[in-house]
Structure formats: C-alpha cells, structure tokens
Design a protein around this ligand. Sequence first.
Ligand SMILES: [Zn+2]
Ligand SMILES: [Zn+2]
Length: 153
Amino acid sequence: MLAFVLASLVEYWVHRLMHASLRLGQRHRDHHRKNEGQGVLWEFLDYIKGTFIIMVPMFFYSLEAGIGWTLGGVTYAAFSSYAHQLQHDNPTKCFWMTMPVHYVHHKHNMWYHNFGLGVDWWDHIFRTYKPVEWLTEQELNQPERGYLELKWR
Ligand SMILES: [Zn+2]
Ligand SMILES: [Zn+2]
C-alpha cells in the first residue's frame, strides 16, 4: 500500500519536473504535441523501468518487504498506465476522478497544473489542481466506448 501511494507521488513529481526542465522534458514535449498515448503496454514498461531502482533496495531489507514493495509498485504502474491511456482515448470512463486531470492537462496544454496521471491527490496537496469545465459537447458527443476499448500496445 505504501509503495502504491509513494509511486503515485514519484509519478507526480517526475511529471512536474518534466515541465520544469528542458533536458528532462524533451520527450514529454513531444507527447504534448502529439497528444496521444503510446499504448498501455509500452507505458507500463516505461513505468517499470522508472520504478525498478526504488524497488530493488527493499530486497536487501527482507524478501517479504521486497515482494510487498515490488507488488505495490507494479500494481501502481499497471493502474497508472491504464489510467493514462484511458484519459487519452476515453476520458469520460475515468470514473474515479471528478475531473480527469491528465485529460484536461493535455486538452488545455497546461504547463503548471494538473500533473497527476492515475490520481489527483497530489495536485490537491501541492496546490496545482486547477478545475476546469471539461465535460463539454465535444466529450459528450463522442461515441460510447467500453472501459477496455483503448490502445493497448
Ligand atoms: Zn505533461
Ligand atoms: Zn498523456
């Protein structure tokens, strides 16, 4: 559980730093230009690569701690890569947020707000949450799609 929450915090700050640093942000600027996800699977592998380094040290503490920590991190990576793609492909299905933060982050090309991907907690805590009217004609008129109808790879 702790790893799950911590992973969401790391994600928030990595994304926020990508908007603050030219060097870190090149690939992310391309992502904003294209405004599409790379697919759940590739996103997941990227997140695993990013979290690997904070997963491994726990195994030196104990095997149980290592497994628990890794499970929390991997679960968050799976959840968040799904959440990311869902907000690109099918934002109205993102039922666990009143406003899908990543969807509006892209739609309004936000550079200082709504850095969350899977969750909006940290935007509230660090005061980068910016509410906007997001459910407009454009979203309401999209064809109805299921929770699993998105780009997987
Ligand atoms: Zn961004
Ligand atoms: Zn995105």
